[in-house]
Ligand binder design. Structure first.
Ligand code: FCB
Length: 469
């Protein structure tokens, strides 16, 4: 059955600064936490780093031309704090100018720029002064955000404060799997609060400058299901995943409170950390965090199928990424176990579960607010093979179709979903996995920097042209 998307539905592609730009130490840019972390032995597979990545810094004009060929309507990219305000200090004009040229190129190509201010690359100098565990970082972030608005506010209308604060707090400061690699419940909790505060402060400052801007945030959300819905321990495992992953961010942003059940769960694990967190949430903070939004970005990759006891057969996916010992990103993880349910898996070991996206969008709309939703990331890594210069990635093409159809299902059910961005335009530096995992609809040969549109890219171009799957 052919599924049509509304005429004003936006089809886009997404990337992030550290994952594609390269030019890591050129024209005034200094180290971000990812430059530092990538140099920690074992932190990134094969010792890869983003020094060169896709060399997008020098090739951005060609990359924009490629997007235009594919019919991409909007490009979701992030700006690098370390390029714009190296070490979190003074403005670097050359860094700002790069984004100005990129935006001009996009506008010339009639591609809507969709700017994300933070996709995980804080200046390392700020991490050395406490990073996201320090409230002072919030002020530094707002300064940086306003610098970007000074430079681009005349041409960029859509601003996303943060990408996936769950990753930049718990995955980074509690599990230690991402930069800066700290492993502390206390640090993850404080980071989550300060990230949210930076989001709220930035929204209110940008709104005050220009009420016409479209302002929002992107969260990575999941669908947590109990292995056996009739088993209380399994249901409780699903509740805790949902709470620590989804509600920890949705509730403060859209309801002005942290989920109390999760605060109490974490208190049983680490009471001093929760006391410090409660003290860090000052009067008025939650009002700042729960500013009205123009849109909510939802990143969806897969669901979680969990039980309260270990599974009889170990699940096939979610293997640890690196040689470095990492902890759990869930402060209250005792008694949560992943189970296998026989769904197909991607090259990341992640389950393919498109209908989960329909349920997720419906749930956010029903339980939270009528804020317009955009799927700001969705995509899959597979072990692509280049045969005679082409990449016949049928699995990725099917993944895209199935997920765009799942969005169409949510729209049919009355959910206000206004766009879909595939992750990613280009193969790129996939964090702890380095260049090992390829998510692009465009293949990148890292030796020659040659770009080749994969079959999935051609099929996505067809979906955009037809406005249907
Ligand atoms: C998301 C990130 C993005 C990319 C994809 C695969 O969590 O936002 O940078 O790594 O996962």
């Amino acid at each position: 059955m052919t599924r049509s998307l509304p005429d004003d539905f936006l089809f886009g592609a997404a990337t992030a600064a550290y994952q594609i730009e390269g030019a890591a130490f050129e024209e005034g840019r200094t180290a971000s936490i990812w430059d530092a972390f990538a140099r920690v032995p074992g932190a990134v597979i094969a010792g890869d780093n983003g020094d060169v990545a896709c060399d997008h810094y020098h090739r951005y004009a060609d990359d924009v031309a490629l997007m235009k060929d594919l019919g991409i309507q909007s490009y979701r990219f992030s700006t690098s704090w370390s390029r714009v305000r190296p070490d979190g200090g003074d403005v670097n004009a050359a860094g700002v100018d790069f984004y100005s040229r990129l935006v001009d190129e996009l506008l010339d190509a009639e591609i809507l720029p969709w700017l994300t201010l933070y996709h995980w690359d804080m200046p390392q100098a700020l991490e050395e002064r406490g990073g996201w565990t320090s409230r002072d970082t919030v002020d530094r972030f707002v300064e940086y955000a306003l610098t970007m608005h000074d430079a681009l506010g005349d041409r960029v209308d859509i601003w996303t404060t943060l990408n996936e604060p769950w990753c930049s707090s718990f995955l980074s400061y509690t599990a230690g799997a991402h930069a800066p690699g700290r492993q502390s419940v206390h640090d993850g909790l404080l980071a989550s609060h300060h990230l949210l505060l930076a989001h709220g402060r930035t929204i209110s400052e940008l709104r005050a400058r220009d009420p016409e801007l479209d302002l929002g945030i992107t969260l990575n959300l999941t669908v947590a299901e109990p292995a056996d819905p009739s088993d209380a321990a399994d249901r409780d495992a699903a509740r805790r995943i949902d709470g620590q992953f989804n509600r920890w961010f949705l509730d403060p942003i859209l309801r002005g409170s942290f989920p109390q059940d999760i605060v109490e769960d974490i208190r049983r694990v680490d009471a001093p950390a929760v006391d410090a967190f409660v003290a860090a949430v000052r009067p008025g903070d939650l009002d700042t965090i729960s500013q009205p939004l123009d849109f909510l970005g939802v990143n969806y990759y897969h669901g979680e199928f969990v039980g309260g006891r270990p599974a009889e057969t170990a699940p096939a996916g979610d293997q640890a990424a690196t040689g470095r010992a990492v902890g759990s990103p869930f402060p209250s993880h005792e008694g949560i176990h992943w189970h296998e349910r026989g769904l197909e898996r991607t090259g990341m070991g992640w389950e393919v579960q498109p209908e989960g996206l329909t349920r997720l969008l419906t749930r956010v709309a029903d339980e939270y607010s009528a804020v317009p939703l955009f799927v700001t990331e969705n995509g899959a890594a597979y072990d692509d093979e280049v045969v005679d210069g082409s990449i016949d990635d049928a699995e990725r093409a099917a993944y895209v179709r199935a997920h765009v159809a799942a969005v169409a299902d949510a729209i049919d059910q009355g959910v206000d979903v206004r766009g879909y961005f595939y992750w990613s335009l280009l193969d790129n530096f996939e964090w702890a996995w380095g260049y090992d995992k390829r998510f692009g609809i465009v293949h990148v040969d890292y030796e020659t920097q040659t770009r080749t549109v994969k079959r999935s890219g051609a099929e996505y171009a067809g979906i955009i042209a037809d406005r249907a799957v």
